[in-house]
Design a protein around this ligand. Structure first.
Ligand SMILES: [Zn+2]
Length: 420
């Protein structure tokens, strides 16, 4: 097989369109469509069955593990070797796009198809993986399937998770026929995942490919400010305990801090703010809001958390009678991807003539869980509209998708080695 071997762009694209028909919804904007495919919804189940049928056509041995992850195994000529795992997820957020996750699974299948048509036999086994509930939009925990496979979340804990209707994951698996007993991934050689970037860096730099250095650290907080509800017109300044004023000032000071540290990639987002009682002519007695902070560097995020604590203390020190509390609900460390594996990806991009750049992943991915199990890396694809995702506007050009799949193909050839 030569270095010139490429995947079939049209075949990959029509697979994306076909998979996109499961859970498809029309968006109001002309010519836009997206997919709504929460984990184990009828659309997700149909998408999974469609993928399993494609796996069987390609001669892969399909196995389902106890958390519903689907694995299609292509045997190598040397049974003693550890498998290389490639894949992603096919569940989506409600009203999501047709590329997030789907592209990674279909690129993996296209790699197998291309190897098959070139009659290439690999020495090492290759596994195409479809992970369960990557988005966390049904059972509330993202990267759930890969986290269980990699051992971070115990199986029993995952199976007991409930969706908003009270259905447990165990019940959803049983009702849809995905409660498997099959293989649990054991010491793979490597994990590789093609994924849309979900950000603007690649499209604004004209790169064909992103080779992420890792996934950044995340810190989530729930903040509460308690003051005193009172009449908006009749309460003089010295008697006002305005929870909204303190909460918005606190939020704004965190935004300022993040913008002072934007060179270190720090972001701060207040995605939700609720005022009580929430009436136009009442000074709010309480304000509750969320704060999402992220940074590639753990120390930068730790410093931001310390700054938040100091601001919370300041509210008390001012002696205005307002009470402020901050509760941290999530804290993840940065996950670096395996440098030797990144080098293989980058050098193949070089040989194929693809412009590539390192970047940090702003979003979470199955690859960050797999990184606990084996050397892991990702291949990012640029997206239109500043890489917008979790939206029907999500879109990557057919040629851009094919480049990532071709790159994956050659990295797989290197890792699995070809039989002479
Ligand atoms: Zn994804």
């Amino acid at each position: 097989m030569t270095d010139q071997l490429k995947v079939d762009t049209e075949r990959l694209w029509s697979a994306l369109e076909e998979l996109g028909s499961f859970g498809r919804y029309e968006a109001p904007e002309a010519n836009l469509f997206g997919v709504s495919r929460p984990a184990f919804s009828p659309a997700d189940v149909a998408a999974r069955r469609w993928i399993m049928a494609r796996m069987e056509e390609l001669g892969l041995t399909v196995q389902i593990d106890p958390v519903g992850n689907v694995f299609g195994r292509l045997e190598g000529s040397d049974p003693g070797r550890s498998p290389v795992v490639i894949g992603s997820h096919v569940d989506s957020v409600p009203q999501g796009g047709a590329f997030d996750g789907a592209l990674g699974v279909l690129a993996a299948l296209e790699v197998v198809r291309t190897l098959r048509s070139a009659e290439t036999v690999l020495r090492g086994p290759l596994i195409v993986a479809v992970f369960t509930e990557e988005e966390g939009s049904r059972f509330g925990v993202d990267m759930l399937g890969s986290a269980v496979a990699a051992g971070r979340i115990p199986l029993a804990e995952a199976l007991a998770l409930r969706d908003p209707d009270g259905v447990t994951l165990a019940e959803a698996l049983r009702d849809t026929g995905f409660a498997g007993t099959g293989l649990v991934l054991d010491a793979p050689l490597a994990y590789l995942e093609v994924h849309i970037e979900q950000g603007p860096l690649l499209s604004s730099s004209d790169s064909d490919i992103g080779v992420p250095t890792g996934v950044q650290a995340i810190s989530w907080h729930e903040l509460t400010v308690v003051g005193q509800a009172a009449h908006a017109g009749a309460t003089p300044p010295r008697l006002r305990r305005d929870a909204a004023r303190t909460a918005t000032r606190l939020a704004d000071r965190m935004f300022e801090y993040a913008s002072d540290h934007q060179d270190h990639g720090l972001t701060a987002t207040v995605g939700r703010m609720l005022l009580e009682p929430g009436v136009i002519n009442i000074i709010p007695g309480a304000a509750r809001f969320s704060l999402d902070m992220r940074a590639p560097d753990d120390e930068v995020l730790t410093a931001a958390e310390a700054h938040l604590s100091a601001l919370v203390e300041e509210v008390h020190a001012e002696g205005t009678g307002l009470v402020c509390e901050s509760r941290r609900t999530v804290r993840t460390r940065p996950v670096p991807f395996a440098e030797p594996l990144r080098q293989i990806v980058a050098s193949w991009a070089e040989r194929l003539g693809y412009r590539h750049q390192p970047l940090i992943s702003g979003a979470g991915h199955d690859a960050q869980e797999m990184a606990a199990l084996c050397p892991s890396a990702m291949i990012f694809v640029p997206g239109r509209h500043d890489g917008i995702s979790h939206s029907p506007r999500e879109y990557s050009e057919p040629a851009a998708c094919a480049k990532a799949a071709t790159l994956l193909l050659h990295v797989v050839r290197t890792l699995c080695e070809e039989s002479p």
